[in-house]
Design a protein around this ligand. Structure first.
Ligand code: ADP
Ligand code: MG
Length: 538
């Protein structure tokens, strides 16, 4: 035997094992859920987030809050991931998903306290999650694209309680029209719908424009303000000579040399503009800069031009007008041009925009959000995106469910029934899963200042009596049939939320050892793992 110590890992590696690891992770996950909880539902509150550069975001949107918070704790980060997945898969329901995961873990902790092994809990949770999906499908109602009223209600449910609430009827109209216009044999490509923002006028002036709206003005006032029968060139190189990336020294010793150098430069630009003209283009959107001389020449040719158009806008214009983005002027011919009926400059309050209307592809649409202040417009954009996401997934699957907690109560009820057939310990886990679902209406009530326990009791007894659409109606603060009250959501919000919440809860429960290297950062990988005082890691 030697008394030399065995060194497995470098000294700066931190390790938390067993129960400590589990409790620490659960605690962090619960804290994340706790943060977004107060924003749930139409009566939820907003949060104000201030960035290091003092930019302000006022929002009610779960994923935006979590993304902006720079969360560091590894388990908490997993929770943020659920919100992101929910956002990209559905576009709404982020708060629900995160809260559900937090509650699943909180309830699991109760079982751990009763000395139930984590593998039993995770098995029970997995069974419950699968069963919930089946129950959801049984309860869901079918809709068709012709059910415009229901679609409008789905969009409104998504926007209730957000900044968009005041004009939600108008917004719902816009969203339903937009989605119906772009849909093609049941397929909807959201990249056909551009959302553009403009400061000035009120949010009720928000409009749906068929065509593309760019947040750009023409580069020179000498250019025409509008062009009919537009032939559009999209170029992604600069119409200028200076190339800041290449530092060139030119020695010039006589005035003649200088003159000939300048003439040479002018000739290159003249040549560029000549080529644009030769292609037949009367509108140019350039992804890079357009210098003064090029502007002058383009104006002389009565060509409308915008510079520094973003790549995503270029792609959208390409799709809408049939233009090809060219990277080399010698490639530019009539064939690369796109078409639109008109391209014109329009002033709205402080902003000047370019409208491209009557595009070759009639499916290209822009929702132009108006509003007085930037953070108001941004919050409206988030609400509209929630509504848009909900419409798209309602149409895709054609299945919707009652909101206001009705669906959660019904799934929980049927889960409990089903749980009776399971062996004792797993039954407990299924039971806890069901009670985690009930946390949704409980929180909806709490956030609205209604007694959560009374509400839950009434909801449960109504569901026991067969009223499967009984939910919390927060228009009237009563318990009743939420379908009649037009509180409807797509099935996919709930199925995705249950799926990802249970997945992450199971993953976190299975961890009993956290080994973190500190890396370069001081305190590094284990940041926030330490004593976990409230707020640690954020
Ligand atoms: P999420 O980020 O999860 O979408 P929201 O803040 O959008 O969170 O709240 C969604 C919840 O609010 C859903 O459970 C939905 O059924 C509920 N809800 C929406 N409108 C109403 C209403 N008028 N009455 C009661 N519940 C509502
Ligand atoms: Mg929502």
């Amino acid at each position: 035997m030697t008394d030399k110590p065995v060194v497995l890992m470098p000294e700066d590696i931190q390790r938390i094992m067993g129960k400590d690891a589990q409790r620490n992770n659960i605690m962090a996950a619960k804290m994340v859920a706790e943060i977004v909880k107060t924003t749930l539902g139409p009566k939820g509150m907003d949060k104000m987030l201030v960035s290091p550069t003092n930019d302000i975001i006022v929002t009610n949107d779960g994923v935006t809050i979590l993304e902006e918070m720079q969360i560091e704790h590894p388990a908490a980060k997993m929770m943020v991931e659920i919100a992101k997945t929910q956002e990209s898969e559905v576009g709404d329901g982020t708060t629900t998903a995160v809260m559900l995961a937090g509650k699943l873990l909180e309830n699991a902790e109760k079982l751990l306290d009763k000395k139930i092994h984590p593998t039993v809990i995770t098995k029970g949770y997995r069974i419950a999650a699968e069963r919930s999906q089946r129950i959801l499908k049984e309860i869901a109602l079918k809709i068709t694209p012709e059910d415009e009223d229901i679609l409008r209600q789905i969009a409104m449910t998504a926007m209730t309680g957000k900044g968009a609430e005041a004009s939600k009827e108008k917004f719902a109209d816009i969203l339903v029209k937009a989605v119906k216009q772009v849909q093609n044999n049941g397929k909807i490509d959201l990249s056909d719908i551009k959302i553009e923002k403009c400061k000035g006028e009120g949010i009720e002036d928000t409009e749906l424009i068929s065509g593309i709206v760019l947040d750009k003005e023409r580069v020179s006032y000498d250019m025409p303000e509008s062009v009919d029968n537009a032939r559009i060139a999209l170029i992604d190189f600069p119409l200028e000579l200076k190339n800041p990336e290449i530092d060139t020294k030119i020695s010039i010793s006589t005035p003649e040399q200088l003159q000939s150098f300048l003439t040479q430069e002018e000739r290159v630009i003249k040549d560029m503009v000549e080529r644009v003209k030769a292609s037949g283009a009367n509108v140019v959107f350039c992804q890079k800069g357009i210098d003064d001389f090029a502007q002058y020449l383009l104006s002389k040719e009565k060509i409308y031009a915008c510079r520094r158009v973003s790549k995503s806008d270029m792609e959208m214009i390409a799709k809408a007008t049939g233009a090809k983005i060219v990277s080399n002027l010698s490639e530019l011919t009539e064939r690369e041009l796109g078409n639109a009926l008109t391209v014109e400059e329009v002033k709205h309050g402080e902003d000047t925009l370019t409208y491209i209307k009557g595009c070759k592809n009639p499916k290209a649409l822009t929702i132009l959000i108006h509003g007085g202040a930037e953070h108001v417009i941004d919050e409206i954009e988030r609400a509209l995106k929630d509504g848009l996401g909900d419409l798209v997934c309602s149409l895709k699957s054609g299945l919707v469910v009652p909101g206001g907690g009705a669906i959660e109560i019904e799934v929980a009820r049927r889960l409990r029934e089903f749980g009776q057939s399971l062996p004792g310990r797993e039954q407990l886990a299924v039971e806890e899963f069901a009670s985690a679902l009930e946390f949704v209406p409980v929180t909806l009530a709490e956030n609205a200042g209604i007694d959560p326990i009374d509400t839950l009791t009434e909801l449960k007894s109504r569901h026991d009596a067969g009223e499967k659409n009984a939910g919390l109606n927060l228009f009237e603060n009563t318990v009743g049939n939420v379908l009649d009250a037009k509180i409807i959501e797509p099935l996919k919000i709930k199925s995705q939320a249950i799926n990802s919440a249970s997945e992450v809860a199971i993953m976190i429960l299975r961890i009993d050892d956290v080994i973190a290297s500190s890396g370069d950062k001081k305190g590094g990988g284990m940041q926030g793992m330490g004593g976990m005082p409230p707020g640690a890691g954020f």
